[in-house]
Structure formats: structure tokens, C-alpha cells
Design a protein. Sequence first.
Length: 390
Amino acid sequence: MKRILLPALLCSSLAAPSFATAEPVPAGTLYFGAHAGQYFSDVTDRYDYDQPADTTLPGVQVGYRISYRWSVQALWAKHDFNSEKDRYDGDLRTPMASARFHFHGADVFGFEPYAGLAVGELQMRTRSLNDEGMVGIELGLQNRLRPHWMLDIGTRPWFSMDNERWDNAPYIALNYLLGAAAQAIRDDAPTGQATKPAPSPASNISATVFGDADDDGVTDALDHCPGTEAGTPVDEHGCENDSDRDGINNSIDQCPNTPSGARIDDRGCNLALTQPIRQTLYINFASGTADIQGSSLPEVEKIVLLMTQYPEAQVVLEGHTDSAGSAALNEQLSQNRADAVKALLVSRYRMDEDRISAIGKGEDSPIADNSTAQGRQQNRRVEVILSARN
């Protein structure tokens, strides 16, 4: 009976006086740490033969908080053990992975409760090897020790699929959080917003212990921008926010929604074209058709790059042919090929169709001698012209 009650008593006795409210771990947080517990074998006394004696089981773990409701964790533990009647001894090891559901918003003695499913192995290294597949559940309580620590207390009853035996392992773990912001994110905050609590004695102690010279909520060891001005909103690296990721901080960005990849000026706004950009591309088509060959995709992607760098520019695609065949057929063929490039830009690369015009120029604008094979190849081309929108 004590093997079953001990985890519950451990949780309640440690949890009750410690914290006023449960502090959740933010979504997207990676953590690692160490744990210690007690391993109880055959808690239901199914077998009469000599079982492993109760043993301390320390180890390490790494986990990831996927969302406020879900997290995953992997752990490994190892310790020496003896049998209850001292007939054998060896190493006890438990590699394991688990998925946890967190009761976000619930508060049990200042801790956030969770329940999970665990799978792994119980590896007993004695004079012979004995590996048992194990499945079980996890029941526990967590509280974030701001800003970068988390206390985890729980128990893990699990079942040996090989010997049909229930074991139990209560544990206590201390984890270090990577990327956790210093402010708490509350359920009652407006949608898409986070509230930053007022400084408290606990946070001041954390800053003193772990170091936060610029008082931005990110400890010095993880702060990539240690000289941030006081009161400036920062990201998980301690650097000023740059919402559109254009390299210009929000405080001086006059165009805060710049499209990704666009060329910008020192104000964070798109660079406007002052004169047209013209580029010649050699796109290979199957003979006499408008079918673009796969080897020409890098050429097409040059258009994509230009359109991304200048998101406000208008694009004209001019199709050109050599002089082989009639002028009328060449004009139609060049139009079909320009249309094919436009269609590929829209369907494959998701470019805005309204920004693109396709024109067939036929054989009227050669750039090389049509009397040679090399010259004719150069004349079979697409000209790309970028200009400012009217």
C-alpha cells in the first residue's frame, strides 16, 4: 500500500505551500533537466519469486511544450539495484518517451496538473540481459519557476507487457527552459496579446540570481542583445522585436508589414523602382511547342526572385523566337511561350497574376545572327521587364 500512496503524499506535501498560482510554460519551449525518484517493482504483489528491491532511480530528460495543452518528453534513468532477497544485483535502466496533456488554466496547490501516456523499456543488466517492454500513464504537477526553470512532480505507474506486472515510479524533476519569455501569458489576455506582469520580489530574485543586466526579462546567458533600452519589447533572444523580419526593428520601421524577401530602404519600406529592370532569360522549350523543360526552372526562378524583391513592380514577359518558320507562326509561338512562363509563375510559384503581362514578339527583335545555330538559340528567349506600377 505504501508503494501506491507514496507518490500522492509526495506531490501534496511538496506542492501545498510553494506557490500562489500555477505558472504555465509557454508553447514552443524546449527544456532539459534532471530527475530523481524511487522505483517500486510489482506493486500489486503478483509474483512470489525474488523481485528487484525498491531503488532510487536518477536520470535526465528533454522535452518540448508543443502548445498550452500538449507536450512531449524523452528520458533516460539508470541506477544499481539488488533483488529483495539479495540473490542477484545489476543495473536498472529505463529509456522512455511520453506525451502529456496539460490541464491549462487549472490550479492544484499552485501547480498545473497533467496526465500522459508513456512507452519504453525496463532494462535489467544482471548476469543475463532482461529487457521488458513497458506502457503506462503519467500523473503529475508542474510549476514554472520564472523565468527559466520548471519544477515537475509526479508518478508513473506502468505495466510490463512481457511479465504482466505493474511497477510504479514517483519522481521529482527540475528543468531548464530554453526560449521561455519572462512574462506570463494568461488566459484572460486579449486574443493575440500577452500581458506583462508588474515586477515582483520573485522576479527580482531571479534577475539577481541568473543575471539580467538590461532588465528585459531575458537572462544574460541567453541575451543576444545585452544593451536593450529599458522598457523596449523584446523577443526570446532579448533583441527588439522585428515583426516582419526585414531587419528593421519595430520602433523605427515605418512599413511594419513588408513582404518577406522584399528589398527595403533604411525606413523598412519597399525599395521603389526608379527605372525599369530588363533581364534576358534563356528558357528551353520542346521544339515547336510551348512546353517548358525542367532544366529551365532556375531561369524561371530568377523572375520569382525579381518579383519578390520588388513586390510593387509590374512585370512584362516578352517571348521571342528565331527566324525558322513563318513570321505568323513564330509570333503565335512566342505568345504561347510567354503565356506558358506566366502560367508557371502563377501556378507553381504563387505569383500575383495581375502583376504579369505576356506579349509575343515573334522573330522581329533578334539579338544574334539567325544564320547560325548558336545565333538562333540566343534568339529563342524570354525578356523580363520590371517597371513601377502605374
